[in-house]
Design a protein around this ligand. Sequence first.
Ligand code: PRX
Length: 655
Amino acid sequence: MENNTIQSVLQEHRTFKPSAEFSQNSRFPDPASIEALYKHASTDHTGFWAELANTQINWHKPFTKTLDDTQAPYYEWFNDGELNVSYNCLDRHLETQGDKTAIIFEGEQGDTQHISYRTLYERVCQFANGLKDLGVVSGDRVVLYMPMIPEAVVAMQACARIGAIHSVVFGGFSAESLRDRIEDADAKIVITADGGHRGGKVVPLKEATDKALSMGCDCIEHSIVFTRTKHDINMQSGRDILWDDVIKDKATTCEPTWVNSEHPLFLLYTSGSTGKPKGIQHSSGGYLLGAITTMQWVFDIQDKDIFWCTADVGWITGHTYVAYGPLACGSTMLMFEGAPTVPDAGRFWKMCEAHKVTIFYTAPTAIRALMKLGDDFPKKYDLSSLRLLGTVGEPINPEAWMWYHTVIGQEKCPIVDTWWQTETGAHMLAPMPSQTSAKPGSCTRALPGIDAIVVDEAGNEITTADQGGYLVVRKPWPSMLRNIWGDAERYNETYWAKFDGKYYLAGDSARKDSDGYFWIMGRIDDVLNVSGHRLGTMEVESALVAHERVAEAAVVGSPHDIKGESIFAYVVLKGDRPSAEDADAITQTLRTWVGEQIGAIAKPDNIRFADNLPKTRSGKIMRRLLRTIAKGDEITSDTSTLENESILLQLQGKE
Ligand code: PRX
């Protein structure tokens, strides 16, 4: 790890207290109630979680055992209990608030829908019945490749209702990525749409699905196609079925399938440091509990709120804080299909005004992009309904934080900076906004019941303020991942082996300041964070070398104003290094190629050609050196161990 001994030089000392008005009106107006939560969690970890599980979840069969650690690190929570997640998100609200709006939807082109809890319940039941008629049974895998439309949530909830395990593939991923995920999950059904509206264009999802299915995916029996954009698509008879035909004449009730608390609710593929994405496997009961408690603690969710999380359902944020958390809490949420700059950079703020959004949650990359486009856009709209703002996905730089605070939050909204991961299922380090003062750039403290610390290489806790180390979690928690689909060994290896099973290794470095606040310093593995999304450098490298002209490639991240990190690729071609004129054309070809292999977010921003890559005498690529060069910094490290020192000029683009 490179920065575990770095003392941070740029320290942020400003603190921002929540306003008295916010605190008084929050779920936790009294600091003592929060202290009591922390105290209960630290004195009786399992008792604390058991009490929450009993009070927040409707169990079909109550659990008697809270934590089973006999097979650690394959932990189990509430494992003799039975429940249904969809029942907890829908049925249990019907009697008291069936007419309440569950989803306010706005399409990119401005079309809107208000869907009540009762209507959502009926749509979920109908679709669940349709899936059953197609032969989907509990435990089957169903892949979703959909736009950000209510039907994505309907499909996820319908899977949950019948015990099918969904795996959502982000609609921006390519056909190749979709095929890999379908095959890894051995899925029976893929649910897609003709297309989605995004960035003023139609994203041709059905076409990509057809391509994926033509390249393999023998496991798929049917693809279900929702009609959204209404452009021409091919339907393969026998295999492809329109959504409307799936739900035709289906009953609007569907008895939930009661599943064990440990029954997998979903898989979600995420990047690791090797080329193959990992199918992160989440549970039912524990995951649901994490979603509910963090909605309450961090978002302070209340009956009257209009909650808007801008994340796509293809990411974990869109699972926990779009598809499950808000519904489990019986709240009203806004869902948006499109891009934040269509038709202009005022879209988010216009929607906040129009739908009276009270809680707004987005990524620093979006905040930076919108900040760059100026204050005039937000100033055109009435943002006074907002009472709480949140960020997720990467560290937020103080400049963007201050803009969010002053221009969007109008200095009255607390900002919750939430650190968590696909693997953690729910927020881990985040403020309790009624009491925790914020510091721009810090995700503040671990939530109750989350035992996170920073340790050194030997696994000893670092108690010196501002000394960086490995961020780890000492005790299991309910919403943690349970496994990597089909690869239990890799689960153990990736998350537990480094500290002999004692700690969950998050893969981030962090420091704690003298007030005990956490500051995330970056990834410790070869994972990039591009626009808040994780991408393995190896994935991009594998895509590059899969091109017939490429002999070798190395990919590193380089700081980027808006995206957080940009992708910098060093490429060795088969044959000669291209001339300056040829290099541009090959760069374009390779960018398009990577876009096709993985998806547009993985396209390298820069490609530099060299005769060779810098390697040590033992053959290891010197990534640290490549990162220095990508940043344009002077090389100060010792390069004498380089096999071929003369390539440095080529790598720097100077020759
Ligand atoms: O490096 C951390 C960064 O995003 C990683 C998790 O990525 P992913 O699984 O795609 O989930 C993103 C949404 C939960 C983390 O290991 N990260 C996430 N949130 C923050 C963050 N870095 C700094 N501050 C955050 N608030």
